[in-house]
Design a binder for this molecule. Structure first.
Ligand SMILES: Nc1nc2c(ncn2[C@@H]2O[C@H](COP(=O)(O)OP(=O)(O)OP(=O)(O)O)[C@@H](O)[C@H]2O)c(=O)[nH]1
Ligand SMILES: [Mg+2]
Length: 403
C-alpha cells in the first residue's frame, strides 16, 4: 500500500487491542492508519500484534503471555520501536520499557513526533514544543510517584527526589515561557488578520491527507507543499483568491486525525483561529478512503471542540478519480448492501438529502468538476459578501457564469 523509498527506516511493530468498543475490523483499520503514521515518522512496520481483551492489564496494557511473544519477536528482529494504538499510562509505558528494552510509543507521542519533525516555522515549532512538554509533564509526575512509592530506605530520598522536582520545574518554566512566546506571536497575527479588512474568509478543513493543499494550489494557483504523507501542512497559508471579480481569502491549515492529541489541539488553537474566524468552511473529504465517514465525524468533533461546528459549510468530496466501490451480484442474497457498495452517484443522492446543494464531488488532482466547485463557492461567498458590502452588489452578478 505504502511505497517505500530507499532511506533507512527504523523497524517497528504495532500493538492493538480488540474489545467491546473496538471490533476486530475497527482495530485493523486503526492499525492501518497507525502504520501510515509510523511510515510518516520514518518507521517501517514489520509485524502487528493484536490481543482480544475486555479489561486491559493495568501494568502492561496487554497480557503477560502476549508480552512474551512480543519480547521474543523484538529481540530476534532488532526492533527499534513498539507502537501502541491505545494511550499508555506513564506507569504502563515504564513497565513495558523495562520488559521490551526498546522505545515504547503510543499514538499520541507518535503524532507529536511527526508534528515535531514537520514543524518548519518558529511559530509551528513553538506550538509543537509546548504540546510535547504538556505531554511530558504528567509523565514526570508519574515517575515521581513511582519513585516516591519505592523509596523508604535510607539514602533513597535525596537525589531522586530533587532530580525529578528540578525536572518538573524546568518543564513548567519552559511551558510558561513558550506560552508567553505564543501569546506574543498571536498578538502580531491578530493585527495581521485585522489588516486584511472585511474580506470574506473561507477555510479549508478536513482529515489529514484528503487533498486540502492540492485543492488550495489548484484554486489559488499557489504552491503549498502537498504529499502523500500525513500532516504535510502544519502552518496556515492564506491566499487571496478572485472568482469572477469577487475577492475573498482562502486558508489552508493543519489536517485533523482521529484522537488528535488534546495537547496539540490546545497549543494549535491559534493556528486554528483561521478556522474559527472563517465565514465559510470547505470540509474536504477523501471519498476514496474506506473510512471517510468516520473521518467526517472526527473532523466534526474537532470543529465542535474549537467552537466552529455551526459555521456555514460546503462538503467537498475529493478524489472521486480514485473511488472504488464493491459490487454485489444480482443473485447474491446474503451480502448486505453497505456504503462500500455505493457508487459515486449513490453518495451524491445520500449527501444531497443531508445537506442539499452544499455537497460537491470533485477530483483536485485530475481537475474534475472544478468549474462546478468554483461556482458553488462563488455563490456562497457572494451571499456573504453582499450582506457585508450592501452598496457594492451590482459588481457581483448572481452567478459566476454571467461573466
Ligand atoms: N487520486 C487523487 N489524489 C489526490 C487528489 N487530491 C489530492 N491527492 C493526493 O493526496 C495526497 C495528499 O494531498 P495533500 O493536498 O497534501 O493533502 P492535505 O489534505 O493537504 O494533507 P495534510 O496537509 O497532510 O493534512 C497527495 O499525494 C495528493 O497528490 C485527488 O483528487 N485524487
Ligand atoms: Mg496540506
Amino acid at each position: 500500500m505504502i511505497e517505500k523509498k530507499s532511506i533507512d527506516y527504523e523497524k517497528a511493530v504495532l500493538i492493538g487491542i480488540i474489545n467491546r468498543e473496538q471490533s476486530e475490523e475497527k482495530v485493523s483499520e486503526y492499525l492501518d492508519e497507525l502504520e501510515f503514521l509510523t511510515y510518516t515518522a520514518g518507521g517501517e512496520v514489520t509485524k502487528r500484534f493484536i490481543q482480544r481483551m475486555d479489561v486491559p492489564n493495568p501494568k502492561t496494557l496487554i497480557g503477560s503471555g502476549k508480552m512474551e511473544e512480543v519480547q521474543q519477536y523484538v529481540e530476534e528482529n532488532k526492533i527499534g520501536s513498539v507502537i501502541f494504538d491505545d494511550e499508555l499510562t506513564p506507569a504502563q509505558q515504564r513497565n513495558i520499557e523495562k520488559i521490551l528494552r526498546c522505545k515504547i510509543i503510543d499514538r499520541t507521542s507518535l503524532i507529536l513526533d511527526i508534528f515535531a519533525q514537520r514543524a518548519q516555522t518558529s511559530y509551528a515549532r513553538t506550538q509543537v514544543e509546548l504540546a510535547q512538554y504538556e505531554y511530558l509533564l504528567p509523565r514526570l509526575t508519574g515517575l515521581w510517584t513511582h519513585l516516591e512509592r519505592q523509596k523508604g530506605g535510607i539514602g533513597m530520598r535525596g537525589p531522586g527526589e530533587t532530580e525529578i522536582e528540578t525536572d518538573r520545574r524546568i518543564v513548567r518554566d519552559r511551558i510558561t515561557l513558550l506560552k508567553k512566546k505564543l501569546y506574543k506571536i498571536d498578538r502580531q497575527m491578530e493585527t495581521q488578520r485585522g489588516n486584511r479588512g472585511a474580506l470574506v474568509r473561507v477555510a479549508l478543513v478536513g482529515y489529514t491527507n484528503v487533498g486540502k493543499s492540492t485543492l488550495m494550489n489548484v484554486i489559488s494557483k499557489s504552491d503549498v507543499f502537498a504529499e502523500n504523507k500525513l500532516f504535510a501542512t502544519l502552518d496556515t497559508t492564506v491566499r487571496k483568491v478572485v472568482l469572477g471579480n469577487l475577492p475573498f481569502l482562502l486558508s489552508d491549515t493543519v489536517g485533523f486525525i482521529r484522537k488528535l492529541p488534546t495537547q496539540l489541539v490546545e497549543s494549535f488553537k491559534s493556528t486554528l483561529d483561521e478556522v474559527r474566524e472563517a465565514d465559510l468552511l470547505l470540509h474536504v473529504v477523501d471519498i476514496s478512503h474506506p473510512q471517510f465517514e468516520e473521518h467526517i465525524d472526527s473532523v466534526n468533533n474537532i470543529l465542535s471542540d474549537i467552537k466552529s461546528s455551526d459555521k456555514k459549510t460546503i462538503m467537498v468530496f475529493n478524489k472521486i478519480d480514485q473511488y472504488e466501490h464493491e459490487t454485489i451480484d444480482d443473485d447474491d442474497l446474503i451480502t448486505e448492501r453497505t456504503g462500500r457498495h455505493f457508487t459515486i452517484n449513490d453518495w451524491k443522492h445520500t449527501w444531497m438529502e443531508k445537506v442539499g446543494d452544499r455537497a460537491i464531488f470533485i477530483s483536485a488532482l485530475n481537475k474534475e468538476n472544478l468549474d462546478e466547485f468554483r461556482k458553488r463557492v462563488y455563490d456562497e461567498v457572494r451571499d456573504i459578501h453582499v450582506t457585508r458590502f450592501p452598496y457594492n452588489n451590482f459588481l457581483y452578478p448572481e452567478h459566476l457564469d454571467e461573466y
